[in-house]
Write a protein that binds this ligand. Structure first.
Ligand code: ADP
Length: 628
């Protein structure tokens, strides 16, 4: 005989916060509570079925795996029952009251930032079981674990901070959630309304869903059907179901293989990236089925991490069902399937880039950042290289993107390397004086705006035999050997020896601030430029490394001075009259400061400002003395 005492528990703080938001939420998103409850029921059924397949005993073993929904307009209730894995008393307390749904803390964070966006997010990502409190006055959840010898319990709450748990007399295996609907949520006890919502959100749930006795969903494994028999509409619907998305996918790939390993796969590319919406590292998006049975919702190792934006299904008859998920990952069959899938999928994207460029560019804009992480996958390097897109110095604006193939086709015959330069925006990159010589020679430079590029490009080594080279590491002699395209550089009517002398004096003045001072072979318009001394790392890469290692100081650089620039020619004149002239010192220091700014780095702002003010003072003095 079960004890009859009722225990009261408080919801964890984070859940209370969530419940508060939900009970005050907009009407338009409330309907998704049905999707959330059905998805919990389906998960519970999957777990129970998985247990029986492994040969483990479960309670009420002859009970059909299904979902029953009953709506009652007179009693204003919505009841959903499943014959799934159920929960013991302990699990009830832990799962419903203590542990928040996986997306909850992110959801709350987003809510704090932007109220409206947060409410949309309820619809998009769901907040699990608690969404029921958008429509419920009170909820009664009765559960009986599939484990033998666990008594049934009733969990009940009005969602206001606390919940009760008490023993239940008798219940079949699984969970029943009875929702007492709020006055303003009566639509959810209308059979027709509920049926249309099931068709909208849960049509592909692989268990029968019966509303007041009548089965509503289709239960078809569309990935096992021949492609010709699946309509575009069905693919779209199926995608929205498995990915929990409201938009159609950008593309999909459906294929089956028989030999050497039998499998069916259906892969989709979502129209937006969760990572760029600020949801952190995406979860694995592939569901693994073995002989139609769902084994893992977020299966690792079906696709590599750089394809984590892909959503889909893999189903194979050649994988063993009765082994744990962990050992499944080491399965040699799965490894072979993975290789085939990746190669096929990348080829599919390549094909799309050829046949529907606009569509491919949409995919690239959404998911390119993640895809680039594939640079370390040597087996797919060539395919991935074809998929990369870049903004370049020859693009009309930051939106225009080109492929490496286009870059190589446009290269002048004598150019041997593919040049790129990193920076946060097109503005900053295109103004970098490093590019002056490239502009003069009309050599195209790829503009890279993401830190990953600094690893991806050198990591990929080369494309069609052309090495990737950061523009600041380019060999200036090689560049200079290429013919000038734009107006001729001003004639080199300076004495190299004089300029070298000036360079040595500037090095004396700057001391440790720079590694060396050199007469530049590459500058056209700017007076000076800082360049890295490391032939291995580009300066952007050094900055990233510096960031990672929490170094405050930039590695030392060489200062290059432009011998054709009037400022440097004037400085050379001053030097000639008096190498120790304090004004020359001022100019050298300020020139260095300005080169640092161009390089995106402000050393000591206070010292720099003071120095600049001193210089202004000297210039003003001279101006006045000259007598206006
Ligand atoms: P999530 O489904 O993301 O884990 P929920 O808040 O919806 O978050 O549910 C929390 C947990 O409660 C689930 O992980 C599951 O363990 C348990 N649960 C919810 N509904 C059911 C059910 N119908 N049957 C068995 N367990 C359930």
């Amino acid at each position: 005989m079960a004890e009859t005492s009722t225990q009261t528990f408080e919801f964890k703080a984070e859940i209370q916060q969530l419940l508060h938001i939900l009970s005050h939420s907009l009407y338009t998103h409330r309907e998704i509570f049905i999707r959330e409850l059905i998805s919990n029921a389906a998960d519970a059924l999957d777990k129970a079925r998985f247990k029986t397949i492994k040969g483990e005993p479960i309670v009420d073993s002859d009970l059909e795996f299904a979902i029953w929904i009953d709506v009652d307009e007179s009693k204003k209730t919505f009841t959903i029952r499943d014959s799934g894995i159920g929960m013991s008393q302990e699990e009830l307390v832990k799962n419903i009251g203590t542990i928040a749904h996986s997306g909850t803390s992110e959801f709350l964070k987003q809510m704090a930032v932007q109220q409206d966006a947060g409410l949309n997010l309820i619809g998009r990502f769901g907040v699990g079981f608690y969404s029921v409190f958008m429509v419920a006055e009170r909820v009664e959840l009765t559960s009986r674990s599939a484990e033998a010898a666990q008594p049934a319990h009733v969990w009940s709450s009005d969602g206001q901070g606390a919940y009760d748990i008490q023993p239940a007399d008798e219940a079949p295996r699984g969970t029943t959630v009875k929702v007492f609907l709020r006055e303003d949520a009566q639509e959810f006890c209308q059979k027709q309304r509920v049926e249309s919502l099931i068709k909208k959100y849960s049509n592909f749930v692989p268990f029968p869903i019966r509303v007041n006795g009548e089965q509503i969903n289709k239960i078809s494994a569309i990935w096992r059907e021949p492609k010709a028999q699946v309509s575009e509409e069905q693919y779209n619907e199926f995608f929205k179901f498995i990915a929990v998305e409201s938009e159609n996918p950008l593309t999909w790939l459906h294929f089956s293989a028989d030999a050497p390993i039998q499998f069916h796969a259906l892969l989709f590319v979502p129209s937006s990236s969760r990572e760029s919406l600020g949801f952190g590292h995406d979860e694995e998006g592939m569901q693994l089925f073995v002989r139609r049975v769902l084994v893992d919702h977020h299966a690792k190792d079906i696709l590599p991490d750089y394809l984590r934006f892909v959503r889909g299904v893999l189903d194979s008859d050649d994988l063993p069902l009765n082994i744990s998920r962990e050992t499944l990952q080491e399965n040699p069959h799965l490894l072979k399937i993975k290789n085939t899938l990746v190669a096929k999928f990348l080829s599919h994207l390549q094909e799309l880039a050829r046949t529907d460029e606009a569509k491919y560019l949409e995919i690239w804009r959404q998911h390119g950042r993640v895809l680039k992480e594939g640079y370390a996958d040597f087996t797919q390097r060539e395919k991935l290289a074809e998929l990369l897109r870049f903004n370049s110095s020859k693009s009309a604006d930051e939106k225009e993107l080109i492929s490496l193939q286009t870059y190589v086709e446009r290269m002048p015959e004598k150019q041997a390397e593919i040049y790129y330069l990193s920076g946060p925006t097109r503005e900053t990159v295109s103004r970098n004086p490093i590019l002056e010589i490239f502009k003069a020679k009309e050599i195209e430079v790829l503009y890279c705006y993401e830190p990953i590029d600094e690893f991806a490009l050198p990591g990929m080594m080369e494309y069609k035999g052309k090495k990737f080279k950061s523009a600041d590491q380019a060999d200036v002699k090689t560049l200079n050997d290429l013919p000038d395209k734009t107006a001729e550089k001003p004639a080199a009517d300076y004495d190299k020896k004089d300029m070298d002398r000036l360079a040595r004096r500037i090095k004396d003045i700057l001391g440790d601030k720079v590694e060396d001072v050199r007469v530049s072979e590459r500058l056209v318009d700017s007076p000076a430029l800082l360049v890295g001394t490391d032939s291995f790392m580009s300066s952007q890469m050094q900055r990233i490394m510096m960031h990672m290692q929490h170094q405050v100081e930039l590695p030392k650089r060489n200062l290059e001075i432009n011998p054709r620039h009037p400022l440097l020619r004037n400085m050379e004149q001053i030097y000639r009259q008096d190498p120790q002239d304090p004004f020359l010192t001022q100019l050298a220091l300020r020139l260095f400061d300005s080169a640092q700014w161009v390089d995106g780095y402000v050393g000591d702002p206070l010292a720099t400002a003071t120095g600049l003010q001193e210089l202004l003072q000297q210039v003003a003095d001279m101006y006045v003395k000259r007598g206006k």
